[in-house]
Design a protein around this ligand. Structure first.
Ligand SMILES: Nc1nc2c(ncn2[C@@H]2O[C@H](COP(=O)(O)OP(=O)(O)OP(=O)(O)O)[C@@H](O)[C@H]2O)c(=O)[nH]1
Ligand SMILES: [Mg+2]
Length: 312
């Protein structure tokens, strides 16, 4: 019962969070089709315009429009008031392909998660939220403070660690991030910890030496535990819209990214960016963040997302 209330609470929050995106996309489409019976060329052009300005990304809009036009041409879709439903299912179709929750296998212990991303996207907060989810599922979790660059980063992770109840492995400010990661892995192995999550400093995707630093962390870890890190999560901030997609492209080129967390879906009109991320990158969206509190992170669920986006 409690879990259900929690799920409902999150859905409500997701809906509230997506309300600006809802206004920017769904509302405008409803206004467009209101009182119109047929789907004219002009209506389709206007629809395309709304979609283009809604942060879905040009490629995604083209895919969706092609599907709609194909159905209109074949006379499968004739009523203007059915457009929203078709669009909703089109978006669901794109999102569902990449709905792959993170499964922690029992035979990889510790399961190592490396967290990367641009400055301020929500990495450290997301780590605490993920740790909290894993702990609720009964896993033991350890954190590694491998953001040795920003002065307050180690303290920030330690405070979260205390709150969630996980051990935090740290070195001094300015230490080599890969040395912290290495020590944390050793410690997690000896303590037979289920999951190790590594925090890293925010970095610009355009700076090659910083991307090399991530590769070094990955290399050192994999040398110690073949196959690790098992997951490299890129944390993206939804409020940055299309920029989040270019960040993801460059991170993906520089290093292996196996999962995405999209944060700050609360209070942005750019939530549509998740569709573009799924369509253009083909990397699963593992979690979404809708607030600053510890329980404001949920496994990404495509059905919930489109329902929250389209429901009035
Ligand atoms: N509204 C909202 N705020 C969030 C969310 N996730 C994180 N934040 C906030 O974003 C700010 C930055 O979060 P951090 O976790 O410190 O981000 P970071 O990526 O670790 O930052 P650096 O380590 O400096 O690169 C904080 O104020 C968080 O509370 C979210 O889902 N919604
Ligand atoms: Mg941080």
């Amino acid at each position: 019962m409690e879990a259900k209330t929690g799920t409902f609470g999150f859905f409500k929050k997701l809906k509230e969070g997506l309300s600006k995106t809802h206004q920017a996309v769904t509302r405008r489409i409803e206004e467009l089709t209101l009182g119109k019976r047929e789907i004219s060329r002009e209506l389709l052009d206007n629809l395309e315009e709304i979609l283009i300005t809604s942060d879905l990304g040009a490629a995604t809009v083209e895919t969706l429009m092609q599907k709609i036009k194909w159905r209109v041409d074949r006379k499968e879709l004739q009523d203007a008031d059915k457009l929203t439903e078709v669009l909703k299912e089109g978006i669901y179709g794109i999102l569902a392909v990449h709905e792959k929750p993170l499964v922690i296998p029992a035979d990889k212990k510790p399961y190592v998660i490396l967290t990367v991303g641009v400055n301020g996207t929500g990495k450290t907060t997301t780590i605490a939220k993920m740790a909290n989810i894993f702990k609720t599922k009964g896993h033991t979790v350890m954190l590694a403070a491998a953001d040795t660059f920003r002065a307050a980063a180690i303290d920030q992770l330690e405070i979260w660690g205390e709150r969630v109840g996980c051990r935090v492995i740290k070195h001094k400010h300015g230490a080599d991030p890969s040395a912290v990661a290495f020590d944390a892995l050793k410690s997690a192995q000896s303590k037979k910890c289920d999951i190790l999550i590594i925090d890293t400093a925010g970095r610009l995707h355009t700076k090659a030496p910083l991307m090399d630093e991530i590769k070094k962390v990955q290399r050192i870890i994999s040398r110690e535990m073949p196959g690790a890190p098992h997951e490299t999560i890129l944390v993206l901030d939804a409020t940055t819209g299309q920029n989040a997609i270019s960040q993801a492209k460059l991170f993906k080129e520089a290093t292996e990214i196996t999962g995405i967390v999209l944060t700050k879906l609360d209070g942005t009109a750019k939530g549509g960016v998740i569709v573009g991320i799924s369509e253009t990158l083909g990397i699963p969206v593992r979690f979404i963040g809708v607030g600053e509190q510890i329980d404001d992170l949920r496994e990404f669920n495509a059905r919930d997302f489109v329902d929250a986006l389209f429901e009035d």
